[in-house]
Design a protein around this ligand. Structure first.
Ligand SMILES: NC(=O)c1ccc[n+]([C@@H]2O[C@H](COP(=O)([O-])OP(=O)(O)OC[C@H]3O[C@@H](n4cnc5c(N)ncnc54)[C@H](O)[C@@H]3O)[C@@H](O)[C@H]2O)c1
Length: 341
């Protein structure tokens, strides 16, 4: 049994807390910490059977009975908390992204490399049943040599403007999952990025210095080309599709919906909309990723999403941002070189 502490019990911290209580029998949440604990979060913790609730995360790090922490605080806290937790001897599951600043990610990678502790980054889509099936088909050679990878990723509604301002921009906040998916499905590294961005949803997003719609073309080391399309608003729900096309065939996944009922009548043929958003679509993926992290600790195996997997999509995201700003293709090497990587 692995004792876990959760640092940050907002939206995603609670998702992981609930997942552990329902789906991870070899772990229990011993304590949670959040500087803004309130009656609601304390009641939530009690309802999950979590006895210890703190406003100071240092109490979790000082508890010798806690072997692992889940860092679910706001993004600016991920890298300092990662370093402090590893130095306190805890295995770490860190929500994405590790940081927006590559120099800070490098510091985390150094500390992780010097430890014998597990480190996993929260790229939950690798644990989704559909994306995993695509990965397995590609890895088994069922579509031959990869030629084109297509990912569609559109949110049902944009976040608040306050969130947009601190999000790091669409590429580091939203597309980062798709960059990870391109690396995961292909098993290859991205070498060059050409991105086009526009504001088609809300002018306030443009005024905040971001784009809300983007198409990104990526060259891969294995010779394949990937295309990602993103939009912060999709009126029919969370649109999450992928396709890998190769010399021997093609593997594709469509959206999940609450049921696969199709109504056919005189007006036409109607199917259900995709599930609303990530909490609905990826609930089991979140449970599977935390289970995988706990299993890696128990069995002393590698985590499925390691610290380098946390770094690479940030480099790709920075290349995409630069590509939009300068209207040209940007290599990952150019970004990596600028950080001495
Ligand atoms: N993998 C995913 O699909 C996914 C989904 C949602 C959010 N996230 C990531 O998770 C993180 C949190 O997002 P959220 O939506 O849960 O945000 P949120 O605002 O709902 O929750 C963040 C919580 O962190 C707490 N916090 C802030 N500073 C802290 C500190 N020093 N110690 C402990 N707690 C602290 C806040 O009080 C808040 O309760 C973000 O980095 C986000 O990118 C990932």
């Amino acid at each position: 049994m692995i004792n876990v502490g959760i640092i940050g019990v907002g939206r995603i911290g609670r998702v992981h807390g609930e997942s552990i209580s329902k789906f991870v029998p070899n772990a229990r949440v011993k304590a949670v910490a959040d500087p803004f604990l309130n009656d609601n979060s304390i009641a939530w913790a009690k309802s999950m059977g979590i006895e210890e609730t703190y406003t100071d995360y240092k109490k979790i790090l000082a508890d010798p009975e806690i072997q692992a922490v889940l860092i679910c605080a706001s993004t600016d806290m991920h890298s300092p908390l990662s370093i402090e937790a590893i130095q306190a001897g805890k295995h770490v599951f860190c929500e994405k992204p590790i940081d927006h600043d590559v120099n800070k990610i490098k510091e985390v990678l150094d500390v992780v490399a010097k430890s014998r502790l597990k480190y996993q980054v929260g790229f939950n889509r690798r644990f989704d049943h559909n994306f995993k099936a695509v990965k397995e088909a590609v890895a088994a050679g069922k579509i031959g040599k990869q030629q084109i990878i297509k990912i569609t990723s559109r949110d049902p509604e944009p976040p608040s403007i306050d969130y947009v301002k601190v999000s790091g921009g669409i590429f580091l906040d939203m597309t980062i999952h798709d960059f990870d998916m391109v690396r995961y499905l292909s098993g290859s590294e991205v070498t060059e990025v050409y991105a086009v961005g526009s504001v088609t949803v809300d002018p306030a997003i443009g005024e905040a210095g971001d784009v809300d719609t983007a198409v990104i073309t990526l060259k891969l080391a294995n010779g394949a080309t990937a295309v990602i399309d993103n939009c912060r608003q999709s009126v029919y729900g969370y649109d999450q599709r992928a396709e890998v096309f190769g010399t021997e065939g093609c593997v594709a996944i469509s959206n999940d919906s609450d049921s696969n009922a199709v109504i056919s009548n005189k007006d036409g043929v109607t199917a259900e909309k995709p599930m609303f958003f990530f909490l609905e679509r990826y609930m089991m993926a979140y449970a599977n990723e935390v289970k995988s992290f706990v299993d890696a600790i128990e069995n002393d195996t590698e985590t499925i999403v390691n610290a380098n997997d946390g770094l690479q999509p940030v480099l790709i995201g920075l290349a995409a941002k630069k590509s939009v700003e300068e209207g040209r293709p940007v290599t990952i090497k150019e970004i990596a070189d600028s950080y001495g990587l």
